[in-house]
Design a protein around this ligand. Structure first.
Ligand SMILES: Cc1ncc(COP(=O)(O)O)c(C=O)c1O
Length: 367
């Protein structure tokens, strides 16, 4: 969709990246690191200052002890981290439970690692799962479950009670949990992010994935990481070594500086995105979209049935080519495209001017 947006000169509300600048303090830290000649390979599993900052921050925030040497592996974004973790832990024939709609990479990630994904539906409008349906997805073949909270594309923030249900099944079936917490700090309306590894008996069976991309508006830097039980770290580090050798060295140094920012940074990040969310919700609702109000992350899932198009792809093509606004067809988040055929996702990590221009263009949309 980003490619089509460029081709048609459309306002790009599709892919999840900000069109506003990253904070100066971390850009300066990256420039300083390059000038200080931190330009060669870092330690494969991550530069020590960044690993220590990751461990210290997690322990301070959630009270779970993390050993930077035994548990933290830095990779090229959460994307490579997820791939490395699955390749390291899942064998051909295993099953991996994935909630759908899902962030596009999880299905292919499971398949590349030789596993079969088992999809469990999150049901609109509040994107809750049916505990019985989830229980039925677990068996002796289940090796892992992937949980993304706060969630892309739905904006759902899993509650502690929902996570307890998942944790109980993981313990019962001896299953590993892999959580993608890349939107950890982007939550609204008093919602609280709960890392699964903070629940009873889960630290030893959870790999927590996160990264700099969303929290610090640097999606192009490609810095992500896993916090894993020590017994799994060796295999994850080997896979990471074979895949990419290491993440960008100077940007890891800047990452350590970023993670040392005080809580004020995170509070204003969430408040700023809450405001952007409300702006885009207003625009979409004014132009006839049915919206699902997100409690976290920076996307709005919509229902577009009332526009009368055959499906989400036809609608999105019309939107990008004729109206000049790019969004993501909902079917790309489902194994069976029919399940997302009335949905379209919009990203609001955008400047006010960008959203105002989208507003002007969407006025041409006929209801
Ligand atoms: C849920 C989720 N995980 C991971 C990523 C990618 O993260 P990274 O840039 O660290 O690879 C995204 C980007 O949109 C995402 O939405």
């Amino acid at each position: 969709m980003t490619r089509l947006a460029q081709q048609h000169g459309a306002v790009n509300l599709s892919q999840g990246f900000p069109d506003f600048p990253a904070p100066d303090v971390i850009k300066n830290a990256a420039c300083d690191a390059i000038r200080a000649d931190i330009n060669q390979y870092a330690v494969t599993w991550g530069a020590r200052p960044l690993r220590e900052a990751i461990a210290a921050q997690f322990t301070r925030r959630y009270g779970v002890p993390v050993d930077a040497d035994a548990q933290v592996t830095v990779c090229c974004g959460a994307t490579e981290t997820m791939m490395a973790v699955l390749l390291a832990t899942v064998d051909p024939g295993d099953e991996v439970v994935v909630f759908e709609p899902f962030y596009e990479n999880y299905g292919p990630d499971a398949i590349v690692s030789g596993a079969t994904p088992r999809f469990v539906r999150l049901h609109a409008p509040d994107w809750r799962f049916d505990p019985d349906e989830l229980a039925k997805a677990f068996s002796n073949r289940t090796r892992a479950i992937i949980i993304n909270t706060p969630n892309n594309p739905t904006g759902k923030v899993f509650t502690r009670e929902e996570l307890e249900v998942i944790a109980r099944l993981c313990r019962q079936w001896d299953v590993m949990a892999i959580t993608d917490e890349i939107y950890e700090h982007i939550v609204y309306d008093g919602a609280r992010h709960v890392p699964l590894c903070t629940l009873d008996g889960m630290a030893e069976r959870t790999v927590t994935i996160n990264g700099l991309s969303k929290t610090f508006s640097v999606t192009g830097w490609r810095i992500g990481w896993a916090i894993a039980p020590p017994a799994l770290s060796g295999a994850i580090r080997k896979m990471h070594d074979f895949l990419t050798v290491g993440a960008p060295a100077p940007l890891q140094e800047a990452g350590a500086v970023a993670l040392a920012l005080d809580d004020g940074y995170y509070h204003s990040l969430a408040a700023d995105y809450a405001r952007r969310r409300d702006v885009l919700l207003g625009i979409l609702e004014r132009h006839g979209f049915t919206t699902f109000r997100p409690a976290g992350a920076y996307y709005i899932m919509t229902d577009v049935s009332r526009f009368g198009f055959p499906d989400d792809v036809a609608f999105s093509r019309h939107l990008v080519a004729d109206i000049g606004v790019a969004a993501v067809p909902g079917s790309s988040f489902y194994r069976d495209p029919a399940a997302g055929r009335t949905n379209v996702r919009f990203c609001f990590a955008k400047r006010d001017e960008t959203m105002a221009e989208a507003d002007r263009r969407l006025a041409r949309l006929a209801m």
